[in-house]
Design a protein around this ligand. Structure first.
Ligand code: NDP
Length: 335
């Protein structure tokens, strides 16, 4: 079985803008969508040519024509929905952050493992050709030992997304849960290293409400000794994104690459001069789905699995604690 029949949990923007196309691009079918609002579900289904709607999670996950469940609801709901899907024996691709707490995220991983179902975390950025090219260049020794990395991921949250992310702490709002988790995953992937501690400061630049941060700057310490600086925000209309790694023998400069679109470029600077790495762009979400589909068919692993989701969440949790306590905070990497 490779052409999965998907059930969607959540009539969400990410499903509408990226994931439905990614499922179909891989030969998959979207057979049903579940929403808590029947009218929204119907409109969503009509707009995206989905045959069936439901307001019942149980109906969706138990349906015999659903092979895999994609969960893209607000973050506080992921845990119960992953448990329900796993109980029905369905493979699960869950959005980041996996959950609001590490205990919940670990329980989700353990549940999927014990039920023998595949769990993927939809960290799209490790699927970017730019980040894969940087990882490969590092593994080939082209910059020597990595010493520093810098992540530029400050963006402007578009008006249609200015809802729970900026006003609902209980839904896992805030820029750290939303964007820093992606930085953490991309850094772990590109550097092939684990972050062990973080220092950070958060800010409120006029968008976050109910005490939620809408900006953060921080520094991660990796087990190799490398340091990584990150800057994430919802409030910067004109900033560019980027990802850099500076090693003993060279620097990798990724530009315009912390995005959902398959774009961006990477330059390698060494004693020999500067060259542009050859990048074959591919839709990030389509690649994520392709690897997930292969994993379900026992041909590999999801690009980011459940453990990766626990680890990126752990960085987010430690970042918030570091900002609160104003102290370098250890990162708990137990999965
Ligand atoms: P949305 O706000 O679009 O959707 C989240 C939930 O809000 C839906 O499940 C839906 O509930 C409800 N909803 C949708 N539209 C409306 C509306 N008009 N009025 C009231 N409620 C509505 O969230 P996103 O798509 O931005 O994010 C969903 C998840 O995906 C999050 O976990 C997020 O972190 C993640 N995400 C991941 C990205 C990635 O690149 N990996 C990118 C963007 C988001 P219902 O379930 O009842 O239909």
């Amino acid at each position: 079985m490779t052409n999965l029949r998907w059930g969607l949990v959540g009539a969400s923007t990410i499903a509408a803008q990226h994931m439905i196309d990614a499922f179909r691009a891989n030969g998959g079918k979207v057979v049903a969508v579940m929403s808590t609002n029947a009218d929204r579900a119907l409109k969503f289904a009509e707009r995206h040519r989905i045959a069936r709607t439901t307001t019942s999670l149980e109906d969706l996950v138990q349906a015999s024509d659903v092979d895999a469940v994609y969960i893209s609801t607000t973050n506080e709901l992921h845990r119960a929905q992953v448990f329900a899907a796993a109980k029905s024996g369905k493979a699960v691709l869950c959005e980041k952050p996996l959950a609001l707490t590490l205990d919940d995220a670990r329980a989700m991983v353990a549940e999927c493992r014990s039920r023998g179902v595949i769990l993927g975390t939809n960290h799209h950025l490790r699927n970017a050709a730019t980040h894969r090219a940087m990882r490969e260049a590092i593994q080939e020794g082209r910059i020597g030992k990595p010493l520093f990395a810098r992540v530029f991921h400050a963006v402007y949250l578009p008006p249609h997304l200015q809802s729970w992310r900026i006003e609902k702490p209980e839904a896992g709002g805030g820029v750290v849960m939303d964007i820093t988790v992606h930085d953490a995953d991309t850094l772990r992937f590109v550097l092939d290293d684990e972050p062990v501690a973080v220092s950070a400061m958060t800010s409120r630049g006029g968008m976050g409400r109910e005490g939620l941060e809408d900006g953060v700057m921080g520094v991660l310490r990796f087990s190799s000794g490398a340091l990584a600086q990150f800057h994430d925000a919802f409030t910067t209309k004109f900033a560019a994104t980027g990802f850099e790694v500076h090693g003993e023998l060279g620097s990798l400069i990724g530009r315009d690459c912390m995005t959902q679109a398959p774009k961006g470029e990477v330059f390698l600077r060494t004693a020999a001069g500067e060259e542009s790495l050859s990048i074959q762009h591919e839709n990030l979400y389509a690649r994520s789905v392709r690897l997930f589909q292969d994993a379900v068919a026992a041909r590999g692993a999801p690009s980011a699995n459940g453990q990766d989701g626990v680890k990126s969440l752990s960085v987010a949790v430690a970042t918030l604690e570091a900002a609160r306590s104003r102290a370098e905070t250890p990162i708990d990497l137990r999965v």
